[in-house]
Design a protein around this ligand. Structure first.
Ligand SMILES: Cc1cc2nc3c(=O)[nH]c(=O)nc-3n(C[C@H](O)[C@H](O)[C@H](O)COP(=O)(O)OP(=O)(O)OC[C@H]3O[C@@H](n4cnc5c(N)ncnc54)[C@H](O)[C@@H]3O)c2cc1C
Length: 822
């Protein structure tokens, strides 16, 4: 009977932890069980008394706050203060920027899936649809990616004119300032479509609509600045760029050495208080063509002209190109994608204080402005451009794999190629869902700091993988550059996307988990604030409250993690749909595991976790994959659960779950404290590491979905520009695909006849005539086959050039590059 009592107490505790019941409820429940056993069972009185006394002691310490604070929270707080990572002002701003949405539930270990499914699924407005079907489609028709990149090294004047006329640079500028005032979803749709056609045009449109003068002015500009600049920016009368990065300050952007000294100077003939700017920026997109340069610099007021402190901090200003002292450098050449990009330098450039974004009031708040704006911009620009490129690669690769034959079979039928196609389809599905969900979050009013880092990092990484797979499937066709190559240049350019707006290694290993752990955790930020409170008594009270919430939360997640691991997620409360319930269960399980592992990592490693990037990167991977899976499920539900898409969802889902297991396994196997790592392993993987990569049969089904036109293939690749012209290599692929498929039975008949020795001709044209004469194929079939084979010949053709065309001329290292080195 004693052991039954112990087991009952244990079961009650596990239940309370699993359901996150309040401490008092657990205490009363335990007391009731003890009383019940003492009165109604024959359990030994001594045993009950000993247990009762022990329990009473524990209950008092845990529930009676003065005792709890004195004996538990106060010593812990003293220890905590020593462990607390030192945060610079800029780090604190970064951590506090943005809002927390669905990712908060995923991080906290017990997501309520109804909340995800009930979230709105915004759609494009009629005006936005009309813009995408009208000017965007017309722009795509105008673009000639080979000519733009190889012959012109930029966009021709008529394209620039078209972009300005149709306000492509004013998508995020409100209508009242002459912009288009588009939603994030529309912004995404435009970039997705353009980028898939021409990366130069994609970058040119992306930058003015991303982190830069317009976005900064909309949020922080003074009324005069908005009135002056926004209409000009919307119409393209001013072309903006924004310079943060310099030779010594790349990822560590807050270390910029550029300065703005408050001083008196002459401006338009009058002496005014202004800023003397000295700066050296590089890699600045649109700088070579910009008329207005946004700059980040550190502002000082040594003479006290503003009456405050000397070191004011990072500030932002808008400086016209023609300001004396400003030097717009030459062009950089980013990976064979020659969009306008180059250095900007300035020596003693004097501007009035009005040049400060937001005026003097916003002086010193530059970093906060950039981070806040970045939390939105990062959710849209690169995820949308990546999605466009990925969709095009999926569409073209599927068609090519069906059209291109080797060993008398479409290459897409070979298992090796199928592997690449399955990955490609699943990555397309996942990335598109991720990019849409993050853009939708912006439209719902969020500033999704963590999801935008996830989206930036994983969409661009996915583009890298998809692009490599697409290149592999195309073989030499992808490698030979020329107008017929629709893949090679974007494959080259993908590291640009990987690097800009926070290079991916840093984003993955520092930002996603670093921000996530503090922003999404229900207690950590509160504990940190309490520990930093100057009023020590209130600080202790607050800390005690959050600490005990935190302890319950950690125990709950440990129990949930283990029980969900043992039950294959069976104890989780999930939407009860036959097809997808098991997905939600698995995600709930890994969400609990992430929450528990994160807490243990933070508790054991404290401030050192900041430098343990291999651990935090892996934890960030789990959060990212949970978010991506949520986006896929939301997409599946919102598209009406199309059964035909199920294999792609299943493949992408199993792949993501396997990645989560790999990441968590990496955390436990490499945990700096081996004993704790082993304990974590038992709790997170009570039945071992049972997840498997998606199976071959599933991979086969997914790959085949890319090889012929279908609703699934259309849904997977919708929103990109597919020209209805055989003169365009992608248009030709799409026009040829149904005809190639229809001709396959005829081709098989000819092959069979050849196998039987019924055809003697060697040349394929004569062979067709012979087959027709011997009634193996009809006249109409012969005619169609001829046309199809001509199309195929064009599809598999590659370009050739005279060597003179390939000579780029003598390269001269620019003077500025030399002076940089000096
Ligand atoms: C084509 C192009 C266009 C650009 N456009 C603009 C623009 O318009 N305006 C602008 O201001 N900037 C622009 N940039 C700059 C871009 O934002 C930076 O290149 C980027 O922030 C990385 O800086 P870096 O290249 O100096 O790399 P580095 O900072 O030298 O980093 C090199 C590598 O180290 C990694 N790393 C660095 N620190 C850490 C860390 N603590 N933990 C883990 N990994 C770390 C990085 O992730 C990266 O992989 C552009 C860059 C390019 C290439």
């Amino acid at each position: 009977m004693f052991w039954i009592l112990i087991l009952t107490l244990l079961a009650l505790s596990l239940f309370a932890a699993f359901r996150a019941l309040p401490l008092l409820t657990w205490t009363l429940g335990m007391a009731a069980v003890l009383v019940f056993f003492a009165i109604f069972t024959k359990v030994s009185a001594t045993a009950v008394t000993v247990l009762g006394v022990l329990f009473a002691g524990l209950a008092v310490v845990l529930n009676y706050k003065p005792v709890r604070r004195r004996w538990v929270s106060a010593p812990f707080l003293a220890m905590y203060r020593k462990m607390l990572p030192t945060l610079s002002a800029t780090e604190r701003i970064a951590l506090e920027a943005g809002t927390v949405g669905w990712e908060g539930e995923l991080f906290a270990g017990n997501p309520n899936w109804d909340n995800l499914l009930e979230q709105p699924w915004p759609e494009l407005s009629e005006a936005e649809k009309a813009f995408i079907d009208g000017p965007v489609e017309a722009l795509c028709e105008m673009l000639d990616p080979w000519k733009n990149a190889h012959e012109l090294a930029g966009l021709p004047p008529e394209v620039w004119q078209f972009l300005k006329e149709h306000k492509f640079f004013g998508m995020i500028i409100p209508v009242e300032y002459g912009g288009l005032g588009f939603s994030a979803l529309a912004h995404r749709a435009v970039l997705q479509k353009i980028s898939a056609v021409c990366a130069i045009a994609g970058s040119t449109v992306a930058v003015p609509n991303s982190l830069g003068p317009a976005e900064l002015l909309v949020h922080y500009g003074t009324q005069e600045q908005k009135d002056h600049f926004l209409p000009r920016l919307a119409k393209g009368e001013d072309i903006p760029c924004f310079g943060l990065t310099g030779p010594t300050a790349g990822s560590d952007a807050t270390s910029i050495p550029d300065t703005g000294i408050v001083c008196k100077g002459k401006y338009e003939g009058k002496e005014v208080v202004g800023l003397r700017l000295n700066f050296d920026k590089r890699y600045i997109t649109l700088a070579p063509v910009a008329t207005i340069v946004g700059l980040a610099f550190r502002m000082y007021d040594p003479e006290g002209l503003l009456g405050g402190k000397t070191d004011i901090g990072i500030s932002l200003a808008l400086v016209p190109r023609d300001t004396p002292g400003m030097e717009i450098g030459k062009h950089h050449f980013p990976l064979n994608v020659p969009f306008p990009n180059g250095p900007v330098r300035g020596k003693n450039v004097f501007v009035p204080l009005d040049a400060l974004v937001g005026g003097v009031d916003q002086a010193g708040h530059g970093w906060r402005m950039l981070i806040e704006v970045l939390s939105v911009g990062r959710a849209i620009t690169l995820p949308s451009c990546s999605t466009g490129g990925i969709k095009l690669a999926a569409l073209a690769t599927g068609a090519y794999a069906r059209i291109r034959k080797q060993f008398n079979l479409p290459i897409g039928r070979f298992e090796g190629v199928e592997e690449a196609l399955a990955r490609l389809a699943a990555n397309t599905y996942a990335t598109s869902a991720l990019s849409r969900m993050t853009a939708s979050a912006v439209d719902m009013g969020d500033k999704p700091a963590v999801p935008s880092a996830i989206a930036k990092c994983h969409a661009t990484e996915s583009a890298r993988k998809v692009s490599s797979d697409a290149m592999d499937v195309h073989g030499g066709k992808g490698i030979i550059m020329g107008p017929r190559n629709y893949l090679g240049r974007s494959w080259q350019g993908i590291p640009i996307w990987i690097t800009v707006e926070g290079a991916n290694i840093l984003t993955r290993s520092m930002m996603i988990f670093g921000q996530g752990a503090i922003r999404c955790h229900p207690y950590v930020l509160n504990e940190m604030s309490a520990a930093r409170m100057e009023d020590r008594v209130r600080g202790l009270e607050e800390f005690d409250r959050h600490l005990f919430g935190h302890i319950g939360y950690t125990i709950g997640n440990a129990v949930r993690s283990m029980l969900l691991g043992l039950s294959f997620g069976g104890f989780a409360t999930v939407p009860s749909d036959r097809k997808t319930a098991r997905y939600y269960r698995k995600l709930t399980r890994y969400s609990a595991a992430l929450a528990f592992a994160s807490d243990v990592a933070m508790l054991v490693l404290g401030g050192k976790l900041k430098y343990k990037e291999k651990i935090s990167g892996r934890l960030g991977d789990v959060l990212s994959q949970l978010y991506i899976c949520s986006a896929m499920l939301k997409r599946f539900e919102m598209q009406g659960r199309p059964a035909a898409d199920q294999p792609i969802l299943a493949w992408a889902f199993h792949d993501a779950i396997y990645k989560m297991q790999t990441a968590l396994a990496g955390v436990v196997d490499n945990f700096p404290n081996k004993a704790i790592g082993s304990l974590l392993s038992i709790i997170i993987f009570p039945l071992g590491r049972i997840e498997r990569q998606p199976g071959d049969r599933l991979g086969h089904k997914v790959a085949q979905l890319l090889l012929s036109p279908s609703e699934t293939r259309r849904r997977l690749t919708n929103g990109i520009f597919v020209p209805q012209s055989a003169a365009n290599p992608v248009g030709l692929l799409e026009l040829a695909l149904p005809r190639v498929i229809a001709a396959e039975p005829v081709e098989r008949r000819i092959l069979k006849a050849l196998g039987k020795g019924e055809l003697d001709q060697m040349n394929w044209r004569r062979q067709l005539a012979e087959a027709q004469s011997k009634s193996i194929i009809s006249a109409a079939e012969a005619k169609e086959l001829k046309a199809v084979r001509a199309m195929v010949a064009e599809i598999i053709a590659v370009d050739e050039f005279d060597i003179e065309v390939l000579r780029m001329g003598k390269s001269k290292r620019s003077k500025t590059a030399k002076s940089e080195a000096a």
